[in-house]
Design a protein around this ligand. Sequence first.
Ligand code: MGD
Ligand code: MGD
Ligand code: MO
Length: 715
Amino acid sequence: MQYENVNEKTGGRRTIRGACPHDCPDTCALVVTVEDGRAVKVAGAEDHPTTNGFLCTKVNRYLERTYSPQRVLFPMKRVGEKGKGIFERISWDEALDTIATKFAEIAADDPQAIQPYSYAGTMGLVQGESMDRRFFHKLGASLLDRTICATAGAAGYKVTIGASVGADPERFNDARLILIWGSNTLTSNVHLWPRILEAKRKGAKIIAIDPYLSLTAEKCDQHIAPLPGTDGALALAMMNVIISEGLVDRDYVERYTLGFELLRERVLDYPPSRVAAMTGLGEDVIVTLAREYASTMPSVIRLNYGMQRHFGGGMAVRTVACLPALTGAWRDPAGGILLSTSGTFGINTAALQRPDLIWNNPRTVNMSAIGDALLGSHRSVRYETVDGRSRIIEELTPLSPPIRALYVYNSNPVAVAPDSGKVIEGFKREDLFTVVHEIFQTDTADYADILLPATTQLEQTDIHKAYGHLYLLYNNRAIDPIGEAKPNSEVFRLLAERMGFDDPCFRESDEDIARSAISGDHPHLQGISFDELKERGWVRLNLPQTFAPFAEGNFYTPSGKCEFFSETLAHQGADPLPAYIPPKESVASAPELAAKYPLAIISPPAHNFLNSSFANLPSFIHAEKEPRLDIHPEDAADREIRDGDRVRIFNDRGAFTARAKVTENARPGVVVALSVWWKKLTSDGTNANDVTSQRLTDLGSAATFYDALVEVDRI
Ligand SMILES: Nc1nc2c(c(=O)[nH]1)N[C@H]1C(S)=C(S)[C@@H](COP(=O)(O)OP(=O)(O)OC[C@H]3O[C@@H](n4cnc5c(=O)[nH]c(N)nc54)[C@H](O)[C@@H]3O)O[C@H]1N2
Ligand SMILES: Nc1nc2c(c(=O)[nH]1)N[C@H]1C(S)=C(S)[C@@H](COP(=O)(O)OP(=O)(O)OC[C@H]3O[C@@H](n4cnc5c(=O)[nH]c(N)nc54)[C@H](O)[C@@H]3O)O[C@H]1N2
Ligand SMILES: [Mo]
């Protein structure tokens, strides 16, 4: 089969099929034009159904990233104080020898004192979760619980639906009602927007549920602004109305759900009149939303991350995930819920990561509490049943042995991890040996003992799944590495060799690894040709054209039903039914704290940054200007803050500064600091994570970035 423009060569000019590596649901198919060895254009593939020929504001300028003069180009060692960022060039041999010697020395005592730390700098399966995992498994290093983004929702969804499988985003255009719930689609998932617009053109109503008037909420037919972290209560009240007014799809509920009678009793505790006060919404708003949701079909919920970054985030997602089973919305391919499609792919994770290489039953450290971990404490959450009632117990226990070496790649924890004060105190430890493998000299890189240069996506090979569509993608390497940069996989291959790891898996090429990712016998991968994937750059999973995963039940839960009642949760000692778990830091749940710090702060992504990626490059900084705090006119007036004033945002954990924007986009009682800024590029070396907490969520032990109270002062 021939594809237009595919990996085509004409003279010195070639086009190469690639994949966007960034942490975003859209995982776009790229076409890279290379002239005489230099990439001259990065465009979205026209033939890929969700990329649809366009890219976001950030990846449109990917060449600014690849060819930035700020790139780290060779290995370096630290010659100044930790955090000052003063380095001296060394050879790759010296860098790798230093790391291998240090790791061997620590491993001789206890390899668990070596801690890998990575997240989604690249989402590629080769560069993100293959050779690295194999290396650390064989070494016996501590494992890392990668909780900084999505595990609360994933856990809540899993106990209810069974797996990260949901509505096909390509069917959104046929929905009649779309709830955009805790998602800023235009910023963080822009390739879904054209389908939402098409639905709107065909008469659909679009409702945003978001405490903030985001770019997306602004363009919806209706904006409902609950207090942060109260979504669970809102969903329970919707169910109260749906059940009490007889709007339930009885046939669907009888056949395909578990625990309806218990749910019916539970939601009696959440009448709209009570929930109105909890959520800060009008009772009529809740009742109307419930009626519209239950009586407009097909209805689809784009449920995303905003609601998850609170203490009760796992339960909130679980509760919302019950809604489409109650109304039978799953019956239609354009109905149901889309949280993440990642569980649809059937990737052979064991072949990639080789957990069989683990020999020492190592401990697991939670990345969202890296500050505590570096300072010697392990943070965790568990359940206990007291007097027949489930309670969540938050624990801080000694971490022994202490972390002696840290290897950071694909992540910038000094900027993005919560409670920066603790994180920085940990990174400053003189007795900690830190390796950072990076494209740029980030806030984290400044604390490295050894800093290694990393390649960008154009310089490496990879295979990708997605969490916002149903296509596999392949990234063909387009250009040679710049300077002495190396891909993650190559560095771990070289380190494995130096450590004397001789299992054949340490010699596999990137292409071999990519091939193994789809080597399993999962039905969604049947018939997919690796060669076709490589050639065209993308291929749809083996799914029917109209994919309605739960039209006839077949949920991935133990019962095969949508579990309103979850035996799995009961076993853990957790509440087996949907419930409302309030934020830890809110006026209602922590009145004493709120007396000192009365404002809730949320810090969702800025439009032109991708977490902290791109936040160091001129075009993007120019677009975002400077750190900003959106504050409601009433809250501003109470503090004599005028539009444009510089303000200090603080609590017991720390403080950061920003320029105030007095605006009704922020609701009263809630301030918004779009993020994530590099600390060292701000006027006082701080960012929003100076005030966020390391507390973990109820389910999934995830970070609680949006569960924080602060006070704001004019400077
Ligand atoms: N441009 C850009 N795109 C991105 C990213 C980026 O940094 N920049 N990051 C990527 C990553 S890693 C992720 S995880 C996703 C995240 O993207 P989204 O899923 O969109 O999640 P957030 O940006 O965390 O929050 C989305 C909205 O939720 C709102 N929100 C905050 N708290 C609550 C709440 O309690 N309830 C409700 N209902 N809403 C709330 C926020 O105001 C925000 O407008 O985006 C990805 N895409
Ligand atoms: N206050 C606040 N904090 C947040 C959030 C928020 O909304 N508010 N969002 C949170 C969320 S959702 C997430 S997912 C995390 C994201 O946290 P991270 O995954 O740490 O994301 P980035 O900040 O983009 O940092 C990724 C780094 O990896 C590097 N990198 C990219 N590709 C490669 C590669 O191939 N090899 C190597 N070695 N390095 C590479 C990039 O240059 C970049 O510096 O942040 C969280 N932090
Ligand atoms: Mo994320």
